[in-house]
Design a protein around this ligand. Structure first.
Ligand code: NAD
Length: 442
């Protein structure tokens, strides 16, 4: 099939590459000239395991190409995906300017009937707005191609995006247009082979499903972070509590980790957008408000732990391991590390940070901040630092050289925002250790 994908970010690029991989002819459109030039040269501008190889193979096979030329891209596809960003607006609502611009571009250059598939995370009712914008644009051109709009929210996880797209838990299709749905079933058939994964519903329910899923995941995290604070007060271990409660089938073990707070490009903005939708309809979503407040508090917990251990932080040097909002990505959007850095610098501390993948993105984002250095070696970050703070659970941090950590730090203190180690083992290594919601060394 001929497919166009508008927006070549995490979602658009993965969608384009995976659909080309199953034999479709895909053209990806973006407005970012530097990004398109990089992609045309075979370089994937984001870190996503398996993606660059897939992009190169499909480009070489002639099934995937990238363009800035809207007429070329929109003229190509019978199915047109929208995968552009929906960042938070000032009032917390999802900013739809890019989605609506994509709809206008479609209307401007469409040359025949089309199925428009929205993969961006958008508030309830956006499918209707997109359809109205396209129909108005076509009317201006005095043409009348049938256009169906399908809401097809994306559930991939950064860091495992290709795998998630190829083996999705579910494929949600929101539409009441039977022929559009039939086309989508055919397109998704290769990802729907071993069991039925396609769930058809109305567009509004599909749009709300995406927010509901992210809000539930955020709720689980904030719930556990709140219980972690209680566990510290009462002398319990949140890791043991997690295992105990998670083995109840009704609860399950996933997404119950206490830590440094959730970040990333989705949970914080989607929680805010859902709260905004509630307000627009006169509804106070109290559970979700508490989830958001608990998360804002949690992003400051590691700095509070440092202060309790070290006293005032002015003049101190703190080593940070991990900047990305989670492992296997270079994405820094709303990462807890950014709040920790901000709080440390505000208190007059210096920061030396290391991240195996997000260092380049972090240097670009933090270049104007005095007091932070980003180094390319995990252990070099420790030299002369008063403590090590772990913020992202990269695999390489799981079994580090504790002897080096102890000898290179000025004080043998680890504040672990991801509960990677056991306090008694750390004590045996001569380290002072504190996790989140767990007994510390002393
Ligand atoms: P992104 O910022 O990585 O990419 C968006 C791309 O769209 C950019 O390259 C931008 O230049 C391009 N763009 C903007 N306006 C355009 C236009 N008018 N025409 C063509 N291209 C345009 O964003 P992302 O992380 O891929 O997210 C996209 C959407 O998918 C968002 O709504 C997000 O909430 C949702 N989503 C993201 C994830 C994720 O893990 N990143 C997961 C599920 C859903």
């Amino acid at each position: 099939m001929k497919v166009t994908v508008i927006g070549s970010g995490y979602v658009g690029l993965v969608t384009g590459a995976c659909l080309a991989q199953t034999g479709n002819h895909v053209v990806c459109l973006d407005v970012d000239a530097a990004k398109v030039a990089q992609l045309q040269a075979g370089h994937v501008p984001i870190h996503e395991p398996g993606l660059e190889a897939m992009v190169r193979a499909n480009a070489a096979a002639g099934r995937l190409r990238f363009t800035l030329d809207a007429a070329d891209a929109i003229g190509h596809g019978r199915i047109l995906f929208i995968g552009v960003g929906t960042p938070p607006g000032e009032d917390g609502s999802a900013d739809l300017q890019h989605v609506l611009a994509a709809a206008r571009t479609i209307a401007q250059y469409l040359i025949g009937p089309a199925v428009v598939v929205n993969k961006s995370t958008v508030p309830v009712g956006t499918a209707d707005r997109v359809k109205a914008v396209i129909e108005a644009g076509l009317a201006e051109r005095q043409i009348d191609y049938p256009v169906a709009v399908v809401s097809n929210p994306e559930f991939l996880k950064e860091g495992a995006a290709v795998d998630d797209f190829l083996r999705p838990d579910r494929i949600v299709l929101g539409s009441e247009d039977e022929s559009a749905l039939q086309l989508m079933r055919t397109l998704y058939a290769p990802f729907n082979r071993n069991r039925e994964r396609i769930q058809v519903m109305d567009a509004r329910s599909a749009e709300l499903t995406k927010y509901a899923a992210n809000a539930m995941l955020a709720t689980r995290i904030s719930f556990m972070n709140e219980l972690a604070a209680l566990a510290e007060q009462v002398g319990a271990d949140i890791e043991q509590v997690r295992r105990g409660m998670g083995s109840d089938e009704r609860i399950g073990t996933h997404f119950l980790y206490a830590g440094a707070g959730y970040g990333g490009s989705c949970f914080p903005k989607d929680v805010r957008a859902l709260l905004h939708t509630g307000r627009e309809h006169g509804l106070q979503l109290g559970v979700l408000e508490a989830v958001q407040a608990a998360n804002a508090r949690q992003k400051r917990v590691l700095v509070q732990k440092l202060e309790r251990r070290l006293g005032p932080l002015a003049g101190r040097t703190i080593a940070l391991w991990g900047l990305a909002f989670k492992p296997n990505t270079d994405d820094l959007r709303e990462a807890p590390s950014l709040v920790v850095i901000e709080e440390l610098l505000e208190r007059g501390a210096s920061v030396v940070a290391y991240d195996p993948v997000a260092a380049t993105a972090a240097r670009a984002q933090l270049h104007d901040k005095a007091g932070i250095t980003i180094v390319d070696d995990a252990y070099a970050a420790l030299d002369g630092a008063d403590a090590l703070v772990i913020i992202t659970e990269w695999r390489e941090f799981r079994t580090p050289d504790f002897e080096q950590i102890r000898s290179r730090l000025r004080q043998p203190l680890i504040i672990d925002g991801r509960n990677l180690y056991e306090a008694d083992e750390m004590a045996a290594q001569g380290l002072v250790y504190e996790g989140v919601g767990r007994p510390s060394t002393r």
